[in-house]
Design a protein around this ligand. Structure first.
Ligand code: ADP
Ligand code: MG
Length: 367
């Protein structure tokens, strides 16, 4: 089922009587989610992720715009008739019901031609439970389960009606680090296996990057960029996106372009043919630094951290926006930590320029 968002907008009336300012939680969001894909909706807290999801589910009504499931306009359809499965951060299981009863619950309210026999319901409940591998826990109460198991029950309950669209709002946030990793891989498996079009909301860029077919990066209700995770990482549209993706985060310097050369401080650090003269923010990915005695970028060396395969070099520079610069280099490089400075040359494909005032990407030809 492909899902189309057409100029989707949600404006909340002001909660602050004094300022009277309304909140544009989602602004003019247009996108066609391809059938059977997992979309990661990514951005910092308050950027409008949950609101977007609630509009898709029907729990909230848009201020403007339309939503289509396939060819069907579902904008005015109530949540219970949309055929969506919902999973929230806080599981929201019924504490007094067993796992089986929790999973059965959505099936028991089916009316008319959709009504199922007891046997059919049990079969569907066990199918869903097997999918998330909790079929041996069916008689337990939620309080007798771990957080990870509870979240699987919530996922099974969302899947039991075989929804047209699966909507997940920060479903892994309450799990500890190890379980979060494991459950996200499992989610990806379940999604691939069922082929249900899925929207996955998270503020965790690594989580979104690792399981999404496409990511949508949002800021203040406005979509910043949509693309495959690797494409967005390799080709960020603006400074916000560049900073939001990647661990360790991108290093940002102030610099300027003059006559096709990029300057950081007084040093010409890179040829940037095609870029017009201007003040810029320079984003350099941690993997974009090459230790090089002849390199033009000279940083004060603070220390190194050995990480097995790689070395993380920590340094500083007066033009750096971050307090420390982190570069990741192969452990085959020898770094003399007694040196007060370290010099780098730069990989052009890992250097991004942004206009200093608009923060929009400034293109140059990497030769
Ligand atoms: P996210 O899920 O990305 O953290 P939300 O969609 O929950 O963001 O919220 C987006 C913006 O809308 C925030 O500024 C939030 O304060 C505001 N907001 C959310 N719900 C309401 C509401 N019911 N009334 C007024 N403002 C709201
Ligand atoms: Mg939210």
């Amino acid at each position: 089922m492909n899902v189309t968002l057409q100029n989707l907008t949600k404006i909340y009336p002001s909660r602050d009587k004094k300022s009277g300012k309304e909140v544009v939680a989602v602004h003019d969001f247009t996108f066609e989610i391809p059938d059977g894909k997992l979309i990661g909706l990514l951005g910092p807290s308050g950027c409008g992720k949950s609101t977007t999801l609630n509009l898709l589910s029907g729990l909230q009504k848009p201020t403007g715009g339309r939503i289509f499931f396939g060819d069907e306009d579902v904008t005015d359809l109530p949540a219970e008739n949309r055929g969506v499965g919902l999973v929230f951060q806080n599981y929201a299981l019924y504490p007094h019901l067993t796992v089986l009863q929790n999973i059965l619950f959505p099936l028991q309210n089916l009316k008319g031609k959709d009504k199922l026999s007891k046997e059919q319901m049990l079969e569907k409940a066990y199918d869903a439970a097997r999918l998330v591998q909790i079929e041996t826990l069916m008689d337990r109460k939620p309080s007798e389960l771990s957080g990870g198991q509870q979240q699987r029950v919530a996922i099974a309950r969302a899947l039991v009606k075989m929804p047209r669209v699966l909507l997940l709002d920060e479903p892994l946030s309450n799990l500890d680090a190890r379980l979060r990793l494991q459950t996200r891989e499992e989610l990806k498996r379940i999604q691939t296996q069922t082929g249900i079009t899925t929207v996955f909301v998270t503020h965790d860029q690594e989580e979104a990057m690792s399981i999404s077919d496409l990511i949508v990066v949002m800021k203040d209700g406005v979509v910043q960029q949509i693309g495959k995770p690797q494409e967005v990482y390799d080709d960020p549209a603006n400074l916000f996106v560049a900073k939001f993706l990647g661990t360790p985060p991108i290093n940002v310097f102030t610099g300027c372009v003059r006559d096709g050369q990029l300057y950081i401080g007084n040093a010409a650090v890179l040829d940037v043919p095609g870029a017009a003269d201007q003040q810029v923010c320079v984003g350099i990915r941690p993997e974009g630094f090459i230790p090089d005695e002849q390199g033009a970028l000279c940083c004060k060396l603070s220390g190194i951290e050995v990480m097995g395969r790689d070395i993380s070099v920590v340094s500083t520079h007066d033009a750096s926006e971050n307090r420390t610069i982190r570069s990741i280099i192969s452990a085959e490089n020898k770094v003399d930590v007694t040196n007060p400075v370290i010099r780098f040359s730069l990989k052009p494909s890992k250097v991004f320029l942004f206009n200093e005032s608009t923060h929009a990407r400034v293109a140059f030809r990497a030769d």
